[in-house]
Design a protein around this ligand. Structure first.
Ligand SMILES: [Zn+2]
Length: 445
């Protein structure tokens, strides 16, 4: 490119296409002009220090450094012209550039650049990568990716939920319908105190073969929401006759356990009384030959130790909050661990699942608590969120998680099979298993 003087000193320098723009690193080189425009293909590169001229909003540096033109500070006539041009107010310079462009004599690339009021046309614009949508929360992603209602293989067993909670008073039918659509085949409904035993038994009657009852006394008695307190032997005395009354219909004893959260069990006496209540319920479960549905909070190791000492064999530790190494003691004892949908927001649960063998994992929701989102009512239909997340953590298919956890539930709760017999008989896996020669067990086990 040559600068030729076309007007008075101080007027606009006009460019005439005389050379191609060059001297740029390959990435920054403008598109080569047509061959016909190249009149001087081997011009020397402009000084690299020219970069210092970049950055003006109107792009004084849009024009390649002209051949033979000295830089400012070494001004010859052309340099002076250029300096004069640069002293023009930006609005004039823009106008001037437009005029230059309108002459039609410029290289196409420069023409483009001069008609653009801002930016640096020679320096190729940085490619902006396409906007990637922010990843959704795990819970949202999972529920979107796999509609909960897709029925695949065996149904799911929610091994621990509180369907007698007042949260479900108004819409339990809808909640259960959603659970069915989410491929939940059985809901293990647990109790916390004697006051809800009758309600649970009524529900298990009304939804026979779908809601399966567990009665037990929880280590924290929340008879009124304002005054939760540690359990006493008196609470158990009230509960035991009712449990005896319904013993033949119970799937398990629960929810029982230890909760050493300081605000519930601040003293050694309270902890000891919790232990005594648990020991008596372990003995009861052994006598009735039913499993235990166990709560443990801030008491993972004491709970597992007590259960082992008492010879408990059929145990589900729900929403276990202890360390994985402690949980492995339970695994060695043959205990199962049920995982709620809150795993999506709990690093502790994720670590636990990583460590636990799939053969020791069951699914639960603990509805209305422990949902994928804090402070939002949890429902049994969310169980597939737990299944999907376990699959992700373990790097296996969700189908495998569904099938294995359901089989685990059948092993853990021996009565489950007879209670669901009718439904299972129609399932292909049931028929296949029945024909099998393993002899391990009948049906699904
Ligand atoms: Zn619970």
């Amino acid at each position: 490119m040559r600068w030729v003087r076309t007007g008075k000193e101080g007027s606009v320098p006009t460019v005439r296409p005389a050379a191609r723009a060059r001297g740029r690193p390959p990435a920054a080189r403008p598109r080569a002009p047509a061959r016909s425009d190249r009149t001087s293909p081997s011009l020397p590169s402009p000084p690299s220090s020219r970069c210092s001229a970049l950055g003006s909003p109107l792009g004084e540096s849009l024009l390649p450094w002209p051949e033979g033109l000295r830089r400012p500070g070494h001004r010859g006539p052309a340099g002076r012209r250029r300096a004069l041009f640069q002293r023009q107010p930006p609005s004039s310079r823009f106008k001037l550039r437009r005029e230059i462009a309108e002459t039609g004599k410029m290289l196409p690339s420069l023409e483009r650049s001069c008609t653009r009021p801002t930016g640096n046309p020679i320096r190729r614009r940085r490619k902006v990568p396409p906007r990637v949508p922010r990843p959704q929360s795990s819970a949202a992603r999972l529920s979107v990716e796999k509609p909960a209602g897709v029925a695949m293989g065996l149904g799911l067993v929610d091994c621990h939920c509180h369907l007698s909670a007042t949260d479900f008073d108004n819409d339990l039918d809808d909640v259960l319908e959603k659970a069915r659509k989410a491929n939940v085949m059985a809901l293990v409904a647990v109790a916390e105190h004697a006051g809800e035993f009758e309600r649970i038994m009524q529900l298990s009657e009304r939804y026979n073969g779908f809601i399966l009852p567990c009665l037990g006394v929880h280590p924290v008695q929340e008879l009124s929401p304002e005054k939760p307190r540690s359990v006493t032997l008196k609470d158990l005395d009230v509960a035991l006759p009712i449990i005896e009354k319904y013993k033949d219909r119970l799937l398990a004893i629960g929810e029982v356990g230890l909760d050493f959260t300081p605000r519930y069990a601040g003293t050694d006496e309270e902890k000891e009384e919790q232990r005594q209540v648990l020991i008596r319920q372990v003995q009861l479960a052994k006598r009735l030959n039913v499993p235990l549905n166990v709560h443990s909070r801030s008491a993972g190791r004491p709970t597992i130790s007590l259960l082992r000492e008492q010879g408990a064999e059929q145990v589900l530790l729900h929403a276990f909050d202890g360390r994985p190494s402690v949980a492995m003691e339970g695994v060695r004892a043959g205990y199962y661990f049920s995982i709620p949908p809150s795993i999506v927001r709990s690093g502790q649960k994720q670590k636990l699942v990583k460590q636990l063998p799939l053969s020791s994992i069951c699914l639960e929701t603990d509805s209305p608590a422990l949902g994928p989102e804090k402070l939002t009512r949890n429902e049994p239909c969310n169980i597939s969120i737990a299944a999907e997340f376990i699959a992700q953590v373990k790097g296996i298919s969700v189908e495998e998680v569904r099938e294995v956890t359901t089989r685990n539930a059948f092993r853990l709760f021996p009565k489950l099979q007879s209670l669901l017999q009718k439904e299972l008989q129609s399932h292909p896996l049931q028929a296949k298993s029945a024909q099998g020669s393993t002899g391990e067990s009948k049906g699904l086990l």
